[in-house]
Design a protein. Structure first.
Length: 142
C-alpha cells in the first residue's frame, strides 16, 4: 500500500472513519470522516490528529442540516473512541458564510480561539474555533 492510502478505521451507522498511517509517534495522522447522506450524498470532514488535538477543515456547505449531523457524529466518535482533548475547526475569514459558521459552531459548543494560542499551527488568515472535550469531569460533584 502506498503512503497516501487511508484505511478504514471504524464504521457505525452513517459514519465511516478512515485513518492514514502512523509513521512515527508524535507525527500528525490524517483522519477523514465520511458521513453517508441518503443513497447518493455524503459529507466529508478532513482532519489531522496530533498530540491530543484534532484539526478539522470546514467543508463547503458545512451549515447544511446534513453536515451538522455529520459533525455531531464526528464529535461523538472523537469523544468515545479517541483520547483527543480539543477539536478545532478552521475556515478562511473571507468565506461568505463566515458569520453563519461562527454562529453555528458556537451553538454546537465551539469557541473562537485567539490567533496566538499555543495549540494552533502558524497558519495565516484562518479562523480557528475549539471544542473542548470534558475528559476530567467529576461526576461525584453535585
Amino acid at each position: 500500500a502506498n503512503q497516501g492510502e487511508l484505511k478504514e478505521l471504524y464504521k457505525a451507522g452513517n459514519l465511516t472513519v478512515f485513518a492514514g498511517d502512523l509513521l512515527l509517534p508524535g507525527l500528525p495522522v490524517q483522519l477523514d470522516f465520511h458521513f453517508q447522506l441518503g443513497p447518493h450524498g455524503s459529507a466529508h470532514w478532513h482532519g489531522l490528529l496530533t498530540d491530543g488535538k484534532l484539526f478539522l477543515d470546514t467543508p463547503r456547505g458545512a451549515l447544511d442540516q446534513n453536515n451538522r449531523e455529520s459533525l455531531t457524529a464526528t464529535l461523538e466518535y472523537v469523544e468515545e473512541k479517541t483520547a483527543v482533548n480539543l477539536v478545532f475547526v478552521n475556515f478562511q475569514p473571507a468565506r461568505s458564510d463566515r458569520g453563519d459558521l461562527l454562529r453555528a459552531f458556537s451553538y454546537l459548543g465551539f469557541e473562537v480561539v485567539r490567533p496566538d494560542h499555543p495549540s494552533l499551527p502558524p497558519w495565516e488568515d484562518v479562523i480557528f474555533m475549539v471544542y473542548p472535550l470534558d475528559r476530567d469531569c467529576c461526576p461525584e460533584l453535585e
